[in-house]
Design a protein around this ligand. Structure first.
Ligand code: F6P
Length: 327
C-alpha cells in the first residue's frame, strides 16, 4: 500500500512569473482538501537550505490569486549547486517531516528538483516561466500575461513611432528562446523579429523587411529582438549604419514579469497546482506537470527534462506575410 502523504513543501524558484501565486494557492488548498499539511518554503531552494519556511493554511493564500510575483519569494541559489548545500536542504526536509516538495519554476528549478529526488526527496514540478521554454509542456504559467504586457508596451511605442515616422527596436525577454518574441511580434504586427532559433541574416531579416515595409507605404517600423539574439542596441546601431535611420531602442526588461496574471494564467496555474498535489496523494512522484493539447498531464522528471520544444517557424512565415503589406 502507498505511504500516506502527510506533509508537503511548496516553493517557487528562478525568475518569477505571473500566476505563481495562483499555483501556490492551488497547492495549499488542494492539500487541505486531501488532508495534507502544507509548508511554504521561502526563497526557493535557498529557503530549504536555510530552513526558511512558514506553515500554510487556507487563509494564508487568500487574495493572492490575482497578484503578480510570488508570496513565497524566489531566488537562484548558488549554495544549492554544491553537494553540501543540497545535503542541508535534505536535512531540512527530514527535520520538517516533509514527504515531498512541489517546485514551481522553470528549467533550472526542475534541475534542482531532480537533484533533490536523487537524494531521496520526492518532487513534483510545475512549469512557470514567461519564457515558455519547457519541453514537456505546451504552455508555462506566466507566458500569456507576459505576452500581453509586452503587446501593451509595444502598442504604446508604436503610437509615438508613427507620429515621428521612426524605427523602433524593442528587446523582449525569453532567455535563449524566441517564443515570447515571435508570439508578441505577430500580435503587434512587427516589421521584423529576430529569434535565437533562426540564424540572423541582417540583410534578409532586417534590411529587406524594412525596405519591403517602406515600399508598402509604411513610414514607421517595429523591429522586435529576442534577448537571446543579442543586444537591441547593437541591432539599432547596424540599422543606423546600413539604412541611415535614427532608430530608438527600448529594452522592455523586467516589466514583462510583473502584473496581475490574466485568466489563462490563473486558470492553468490552479489546475496544475491541483494536479500536482493529487499526483502526490496518489503516489505519483518525481514528475513534471504540464499541458498537452489542453489537458494537464505529468511525466517522469528525467524524461521531461530531455524533451525539447520546437519554436513553430510557421509563425515566422505568418509574420512575414503580414509585414509585406505594412502594419
Ligand atoms: O527566465 C525568466 C527570465 O525573465 C528570462 O526571460 C530572463 O533572461 C531572465 O529571467 C532574467 O533573469 P534576472 O531576473 O535574474 O535578471
Amino acid at each position: 500500500m502507498e505511504k500516506k502523504i502527510k506533509r508537503i513543501g511548496v516553493l517557487t524558484s528562478g525568475g518569477d512569473a505571473p500566476g505563481m501565486n495562483a499555483a501556490v494557492r492551488a497547492v495549499v488548498r488542494t492539500c487541505i482538501a486531501c488532508d495534507i499539511e502544507c509548508i511554504g518554503i521561502r526563497r526557493g531552494f535557498q529557503g530549504l537550505i536555510n530552513s526558511d519556511f512558514r506553515k500554510m493554511d487556507g487563509n494564508s493564500v487568500s487574495h493572492i490569486l490575482s497578484r503578480g510575483g510570488t508570496i513565497l519569494y524566489t531566488a537562484r541559489s548558488d549554495d544549492f549547486m554544491t553537494e553540501e548545500g543540497r545535503q542541508r536542504a535534505v536535512t531540512t526536509c527530514k527535520m520538517l517531516g516533509i514527504d515531498g516538495i512541489v517546485a514551481i519554476g522553470g528549467d533550472g528549478t526542475f534541475r534542482g528538483a531532480l537533484e533533490l529526488s536523487r537524494l531521496g526527496v520526492p518532487v513534483i514540478g510545475i512549469p512557470a516561466t514567461i519564457d515558455n521554454d519547457i519541453g514537456c509542456s505546451n504552455y508555462t504559467i506566466g507566458f500569456d500575461t507576459a505576452c500581453n504586457t509586452a503587446v501593451e508596451c509595444i502598442d504604446k511605442l508604436r503610437d509615438t513611432m508613427q507620429s515621428h515616422e521612426r524605427c523602433s527596436v524593442v528587446e523582449v525577454m525569453g532567455r535563449n528562446a524566441g517564443f515570447l518574441a515571435l508570439y508578441v511580434s505577430i500580435a503587434v504586427g512587427a516589421t521584423a523579429v529576430l529569434v535565437p532559433e533562426r540564424e540572423v541574416d541582417f540583410e534578409r531579416d532586417v534590411v529587406e523587411r524594412i525596405q519591403n515595409a517602406r515600399l508598402a507605404g509604411n513610414t514607421h517600423f517595429m523591429i522586435v529582438v529576442a534577448e537571446g539574439v543579442g543586444s537591441a542596441f547593437d541591432i539599432g546601431k547596424r540599422i543606423k549604419e546600413e539604412l541611415g535611420m535614427d532608430p530608438r531602442v527600448t529594452v522592455l526588461g523586467h516589466i514583462q514579469r510583473g502584473g496581475a496574471p490574466n485568466a489563462r494564467d490563473r486558470e492553468t496555474a490552479t489546475r496544475m497546482g491541483y494536479f500536482a498535489v493529487k499526483a502526490f496523494a496518489e503516489g505519483r512522484v518525481n514528475r513534471i506537470v504540464g499541458t498537452q493539447h489542453g489537458d494537464v498531464v505529468d511525466l517522469p522528471i528525467e524524461e521531461a527534462l530531455q524533451m525539447k520544444k520546437r519554436l513553430q517557424m510557421e509563425r515566422y512565415d505568418v509574420l512575414e506575410a503580414m509585414g509585406n503589406f505594412g502594419h
